[in-house]
Design a protein around this ligand. Structure first.
Ligand SMILES: Nc1nc2c(ncn2[C@@H]2O[C@H](COP(=O)(O)OP(=O)(O)OP(=O)(O)O)[C@@H](O)[C@H]2O)c(=O)[nH]1
Ligand SMILES: [Mg+2]
Ligand SMILES: [Zn+2]
Length: 280
């Protein structure tokens, strides 16, 4: 791992053997062992921590001290609302501010524009902020800069949506690797392999992360999953049973909400899908 000192000098570090695994965004105490190298001795207290599920029911830290999770969407390779919901659930659960960014708006044609508008409207109605950018054409970036200012933000989203391209566009002196999607499948191939934090010129930090599996629903219980859906959380106290999971229970305000259209059927179906994933 790379540690940056207050004076901006960086060092390639190992960690003390007994020490917990540090994550990107951690503040640490470290000692210099030789020129450009050192050892992390202590991880300082974290104000937030994202983790992902690891082997044998354990979790691995992904990023620490975040203020904001920026979920990037793009029509190419594809928009994955189920993945978006997972990011939003984690942000609700960890109480980290969410921001949705639609990248590659330059690629939208009339038909995909309509589809995307529908999706954006759904999330805006739930009070999520959605901003539109094109990292390639450099549009919408001032708004994004504004939202990133003085915060520590992580960019997440499936491989190929343009996380590294956005990072490059925000940091004039940077040139991190990005890769064209393979034309046959349109799918990304995980160009970025580890999370890296960069300092923004306007103040604040941005973390470019590798594709999709950087965090899952670690620590999320059935109840937390329901609370991760704002519209479900809002209606849940009107359900007959206080422990209602909004599946087949009678007098469920959430299912009534789906029936009368106040809750999006699509979102509810994704809730059910993620529930299945949790149980598994
Ligand atoms: N047309 C268009 N292409 C873009 C835009 N932003 C990124 N791309 C392209 O999308 C491809 C993938 O971009 P990356 O920045 O490598 O994607 P990533 O999210 O970092 O992918 P991983 O590192 O694999 O997770 C590259 O070919 C970029 O040039 C955009 O706004 N418009
Ligand atoms: Mg990348
Ligand atoms: Zn219910």
């Amino acid at each position: 791992m790379i540690v940056e000192a207050e004076d901006g000098i960086t060092a390639r570090c190992k960690k003390r053997t007994q020490l917990q695994q540090p994550a990107v965004g951690d503040n640490v105490e470290w000692i210099k062992t030789e020129e450009g190298a050192g050892r992390v001795e202590k991880v300082l207290e974290r104000r937030s921590l994202l983790s992902r599920p690891a082997k044998n029911g354990q979790t691995r830290p992904v990023a620490a001290n975040l203020d904001q999770i920026v979920a990037i969407l793009a029509v190419k390779p594809t928009i994955d609302p189920l993945l978006l919901d997972q990011y939003l659930i984690v942000s609700e659960f960890q109480d980290i501010k969410p921001l949705i960014v639609l990248n590659k708006v330059d690629l939208l044609d009339e038909q995909s524009r309509l589809q995307v508008d529908e999706l954006i409207m759904l999330y805006r109605r739930l009070s999520y902020e959605v901003i539109e950018v094109s990292a390639a054409k450099k549009t919408g970036l001032d708004m994004l800069r504004e939202r990133l200012k003085d915060k520590t933000s992580i960019l997440v989203g499936q491989s190929g949506v343009g996380k590294s391209t956005i990072t490059n566009a925000l940091l004039p002196d940077l040139d991190i690797q990005t890769k064209a999607l393979s034309t046959a499948s349109g799918l990304g191939k995980h160009t970025t392999t580890s999370s890296t934090l960069y300092k923004l010129p306007e103040g604040g930090d941005i973390i470019d992360s590798p594709g999709v599996n950087i965090f899952g629903l670690a620590h999320i219980t059935e109840q937390n999953l329901a609370y991760g859906y704002r519209e479900i959380k809002q209606l849940a106290d009107q359900c007959k049973y206080s422990n209602c999971l909004h599946l087949k229970e009678p007098k469920c305000a959430v299912k009534d909400g789906v029936d009368n259209g106040s809750i999006s059927k699509q979102r509810y179906l994704r809730y059910l899908k993620l529930r299945d994933k949790l149980a598994y």
